[in-house]
Write a protein that binds this ligand. Structure first.
Ligand SMILES: [Fe+2]
Ligand SMILES: [Fe+2]
Length: 222
């Protein structure tokens, strides 16, 4: 059987929308109760910028891959980084974004803590145990596990990366990595695009990167 990780980029079955993400209508509806439950967690590590933008990319990815369990993708994306609010804040930048950051202890901790948040907030909102564990299976390892093991897992991972290509993501994340926008956008092209799993995400990232580079004058500001 071919797996998700063999077929890259994974061809889309639905519509791929590469327009600026800010043009979408961001009506979360049924997800508003989850947003309210994790409002304190959104205040850590730029989550109040990262999570909403990633969620909007997750919606577009679900449109491009209609076979995916949409609720699972959206809820997993909304919650995946809430664990940052429950780790040692001083180490987020020092350990979580420098050196071999993907293998830093704090990366594993934020995944574990994110699962704890999901198990705390989802059951009172009516999500059943099976769904909650499916969400946790995606959150657990989203940064540290090499491979996606389901379509939903793959879409959450791509949504988590796509926000970086938007101008807001570049503004925030280039600072985390201590890089200027031209260096950071070069890295997006050489390191992050090759990590994307789906054809839709590659198309969205490529279009966004071209727009962001032009807007930020990265050709001359280097
Ligand atoms: Fe993360
Ligand atoms: Fe993330």
């Amino acid at each position: 059987m071919t797996t998700l990780n063999d077929t890259r980029p994974l061809p889309a079955q639905g519509t791929i929308n590469t327009s600026p993400i800010a043009l979408d209508e961001h009506l979360d509806g049924e997800l508003d109760a989850i947003w309210s439950a994790v409002e304190p967690e959104t205040r850590a590590r730029g989550n109040d910028i990262h999570l909403p933008i990633s969620l909007s990319f997750a919606r577009r990815l679900c449109d491009a891959y209609p076979d995916a369990d949409r609720t699972l993708v959206l809820v997993s994306t909304l919650l995946h980084d809430t664990g940052w609010a429950h780790v040692d804040e001083d180490k987020i930048i020092s350990d979580g974004f420098r050196g071999d950051w993907r293998k830093a202890d704090i990366r594993f901790q934020h995944e574990q803590e994110g699962c704890a948040v999901a198990r705390r907030v989802l059951p009172p909102l009516g999500y059943d145990a099976e769904f909650v564990e499916a969400v946790c299976a995606i959150i657990d390892g989203h940064d540290t596990r090499a491979e996606a093991y389901s379509l939903e897992d793959a879409l959450m991972r791509d949504a988590d990366r796509l926000w970086r290509f938007d101008q807001a993501g570049i503004a925030l994340a280039s600072g985390w990595f201590g890089q200027d926008p031209s260096t950071y956008t070069d890295r997006l092209e050489t390191e992050i695009i090759p990590e994307l799993i789906t054809e839709a995400a590659v198309a969205m990232a490529t279009a966004d990167l071209a727009r962001s580079r032009s807007l930020l004058r990265t050709k001359v500001l280097r």
